[in-house]
Design a protein around this ligand. Structure first.
Ligand code: ATP
Ligand code: MG
Length: 375
């Protein structure tokens, strides 16, 4: 076991030499000698002892009690006072400085050794308590942060639920109270509003459930062999039909087939959200590109558009649930898609990043491990 290293602070040379000898006989290592409070602090910083033996009356402006206060607060080291005689006022100051020990000169070797051992043991116990308190504080802070985020999340969710519910309630009331006066086309418009609002409620709930599900069971993903090239081609085909030729969707790949072990459902959520965004946030007539770059152990997917872009200052918060950038205007959305995409990428050991120029376009990059059979 390493020997306890002690700094001796004593301005009388003979006493200091004597003390050094005694300490070495007792099996301690003397890390240095200091004659003033200022020198003691400098030597503590330079030599990192385990304990300081401190005379109270010292050379220089600073006495042992002041030096000890600095050493205990700034370096968290135990200090034992050694003194020949002390008046009441000094003793009072000694008490207030909460020393780890106090020895009246002359003292025996035995009481010196006992005081040192008790001081070291008490100091270690205090360090443990302090560490435990730190850990408790850290988990308390983390729990408070989580609770705060959850309550913010619930407020946002409630807010998002309120809009379609208000629309449904209003349309239902109009139909109930004024049905006889309303022409058929107007009635149909109110019915249509109810349908639209119900659909957006459904999508919102589906998104929230997907997000919560992947949060709650982060290890549950079921990989199957998927040909990523075929998967992307199919997805692009389906989305192209859905967007009625308002946009052109293109897919390209550096490889003809790319078998990988992936969870198809997660991959679908991941790409569907990114491609839907690319379509939604770019003007009609725009082209949306999906590019695959397959490598032996991993592959990258690039989803690019020439749309409205993303303000740079909003990029750090983009993947937070319910966050939407300020330039979306009237384009509808709840701000959940990217949070879902991020979860889906991370669940499969991958990552997602974004590069965007405001007013010019955006590229999302997804990197996923291939998870080959033999791995
Ligand atoms: P939804 O939950 O219906 O997908 P959303 O599209 O608003 O709603 P996200 O997909 O999470 O939500 O996207 C978050 C925000 O990121 C968007 O509101 C938008 O500000 C910005 N964003 C995402 N993709 C693009 C893109 N391709 N171009 C410009 N802005 C984008
Ligand atoms: Mg979206």
């Amino acid at each position: 076991m390493a020997r306890t290293r002690i700094l001796v602070v004593e301005d009388e040379q003979i006493v200091a030499d004597d003390l050094r000898e005694t300490l070495e006989i007792l099996g301690y290592e003397v890390s240095g000698l200091a004659v003033s409070g200022e020198e003691a602090i400098a030597k503590v910083a330079a030599t990192c002892p385990n304990l300081v033996l401190m005379d109270i009356r010292l050379e220089g402006a600073m006495d042992g009690i002041e030096a000890s206060h600095i050493i205990q607060t700034d370096f968290q080291l135990p200090v034992i006072y050694l003194t020949a005689n002390a008046d009441r006022a000094t003793l009072e100051r000694v008490k207030q400085s909460e020393p780890f020990g106090y020895l009246m000169k002359p003292f025996s070797e035995k009481s010196l050794a006992t005081t040192i051992e008790i001081a070291i043991a008490r100091h270690q116990a205090e360090l443990k308590v302090r560490q435990a308190l730190k850990t408790v504080q850290a988990s308390k802070n983390a729990a408070e942060k989580l609770a705060h985020e959850k309550s913010e999340y619930l407020c946002l969710l409630a807010h998002e639920l309120r809009n379609p519910l208000t629309a449904i309630k209003f349309a239902a009331e109009v139909l109930q109270s004024h049905s006889e006066q309303l022409p058929d086309d107007k009635k149909m418009r109110y019915v249509q509003r109810i349908h639209t609002a119900t659909n957006s409620l459904n999508k919102l709930l589906e998104d929230v459930l997907t997000l919560e599900h992947s949060n709650a069971s982060p290890l549950q993903w079921s990989p199957l062999e998927v040909d990523v090239v075929g998967f992307c081609e199919e997805l692009i085909e389906v989305l192209q039909v859905n967007c009625d030729d308002h946009h052109t969707l293109t897919f390209s790949s550096n490889i003809e087939q790319y078998p990988a072990f992936l969870d198809e459902k997660l991959l679908w959520h991941l790409l569907n959200n990114l491609l839907s965004n690319a379509i939604k946030y770019s003007p009609a007539g725009g082209t949306v590109f999906l590019k695959l770059h397959g490598e032996p152990d991993r592959f990258s997917l690039y989803i690019s558009d020439q749309g409205i872009g993303i303000p740079p200052q909003t990029l750090p918060r983009l993947f937070e649930a319910f966050y939407r950038a300020g330039n979306v205007g009237q384009i509808p959305g709840t701000g959940l898609g990217l949070a879902i995409s991020k979860q889906c990428a991370e669940l499969q050991g991958g990552s997602i990043s974004v590069d965007s120029t405001l007013g010019q376009g955006t590229t999302f990059t997804v990197v996923l491990p291939r998870h080959k059979k033999e791995q």
